[in-house]
Design a binder for this molecule. Structure first.
Ligand SMILES: *[C@@H]1O[C@H](CO)[C@@H](O)[C@H](O)[C@H]1NC(C)=O
Ligand SMILES: *[C@@H]1O[C@H](CO)[C@@H](O)[C@H](O)[C@H]1NC(C)=O
Ligand SMILES: *[C@@H]1O[C@H](CO)[C@@H](O)[C@H](O)[C@H]1NC(C)=O
Ligand SMILES: *[C@@H]1O[C@H](CO)[C@@H](O)[C@H](O)[C@H]1NC(C)=O
Ligand SMILES: [Zn+2]
Ligand SMILES: [Zn+2]
Length: 306
């Protein structure tokens, strides 16, 4: 693994269905390492590597090259540090409490190189107005279109189907049961595990690399897990992580990640509140299993009170 023991390791949550189909495969750790060479560049420069940075920021929702105002020029396909990139970087910096200068300082690149969630932080409309509204905001978010389970659907069933065996798997049932109960406690939902050969609303499993949904896992670190918004009902863990139910320094707490991914299954997007379960970054060696009031406000805003 790349990070030293003193450095917190961040893990990545990806939400599959939110990624535009045109998006390229996600940047590998190697691509992210290359961002290091971009320090000091700002609007007006043209330099090798900005193309990858644009794709990276696009994937996270900060930049939209499909905007008609581009006059057909595909700014996503070049290495120009243009207005799109400038405003995307400013937005990214604002979200992560960095100086919103629009230039690629060392702090900004360091933040960008941390493994993190592949799901978009913000969903922009074509003129970025959502993005601008989001400046300074720190709270729960919904998916574009407020994707949710139908109001009549309050009882959700789940089952387990893995293509890879991991040692922690024998504990997954009790871990998931507790994680679901946290959300059940603050919402109108109830959850029930059913047999593998029955049709369930939610399918949970461990997978490695390419596993049939077009979004391959990436081995240790990077992407940790992904889940789909309502009513997709897929929760996949990357089998190549060091999963644990009682994490040591290099291990990932299965229950914390499960609580986070269930939030996506129910319709919550990432929160900007670092202590919220729905925050995109997650340290190894820690647990964050309890719902923050921001998470609770989010689920209640989406579905109403109990
Ligand atoms: C932001 O810029 C100010 C002034 O240039 C500097 O003092 C401060 O350390 C910077 N903050 C960050 C987080 O880089
Ligand atoms: C940007 O979008 C917002 C909301 O969709 C709209 O009210 C506003 O008029 C738009 N601005 C421009 C310049 O298109
Ligand atoms: C759910 O709520 C019950 C009753 O308040 C409580 O005893 C239980 O610990 C809670 N469970 C979780 C997982 O938060
Ligand atoms: C998994 O744990 C082992 C031993 O604790 C450690 O050497 C390795 O770096 C860890 N892998 C990850 C991806 O954290
Ligand atoms: Zn997530
Ligand atoms: Zn998957």
């Amino acid at each position: 693994m790349a990070s030293g023991s003193s450095k917190p390791m961040f893990v990545l949550f990806v939400l599959l269905q939110m990624l535009p189909s045109t998006i390229q495969s996600k940047p590998t750790t190697q691509t992210l390492e290359n961002f290091r060479s971009l320090v000091g560049y700002r609007k007006g420069h043209t330099v090798e590597g900005l193309y990858e940075l644009k794709q990276f920021l696009r994937k996270l929702g900060y930049i939209n090259f499909d905007d008609a105002s581009n006059n057909g020029h595909k700014h996503g396909n070049d290495n120009e540090f243009d207005d799109h990139l400038d405003s995307a970087i400013k937005a990214y910096q604002a979200n992560y409490q960095l100086n919103a200068t629009g230039s690629l300082d060392a702090d900004t690149l360091k933040q960008m190189m941390k493994p993190r969630c592949g799901i978009a932080d913000v969903i922009m409309n074509s003129n970025n107005s959502k993005l601008i509204n989001r400046f300074g905001a720190s709270q729960y978010e919904f998916f574009l279109g407020n994707l949710k389970w139908p109001l009549s659907k309050t009882h959700l069933t789940y089952h387990f189907r893995s293509s890879v065996h991991v040692t922690v798997a024998e504990n997954t049932r009790s871990v998931c049961s507790r994680a679901f109960q946290r959300w059940a406690n603050v919402s109108r939902f109830t959850f029930e595990e059913i047999a593998e050969d029955h049709i369930a609303d939610i399918e949970i499993g461990f997978h490695s690399g390419e596993h049939g949904d077009g979004y391959p896992f990436d081995g240790p670190q990077g992407t940790l897990a992904h889940a789909s918004p309502p009513t997709g009902g897929k929760l996949h863990y990357d089998a190549d992580e060091n999963w644990s139910t009682n994490p040591g320094p290099d291990e990932i707490d299965l229950e914390s990640v499960t609580v986070h991914e269930i939030g996506h299954l129910l319709g919550l997007q990432h929160s900007l509140v670092p202590d919220a379960v729905m925050y995109a970054y997650f340290d190894s060696g820690i647990t964050k299993r309890g719902l923050h009031r921001d998470d609770v406000h989010g689920i209640r805003a989406l579905y109403g009170l109990l």
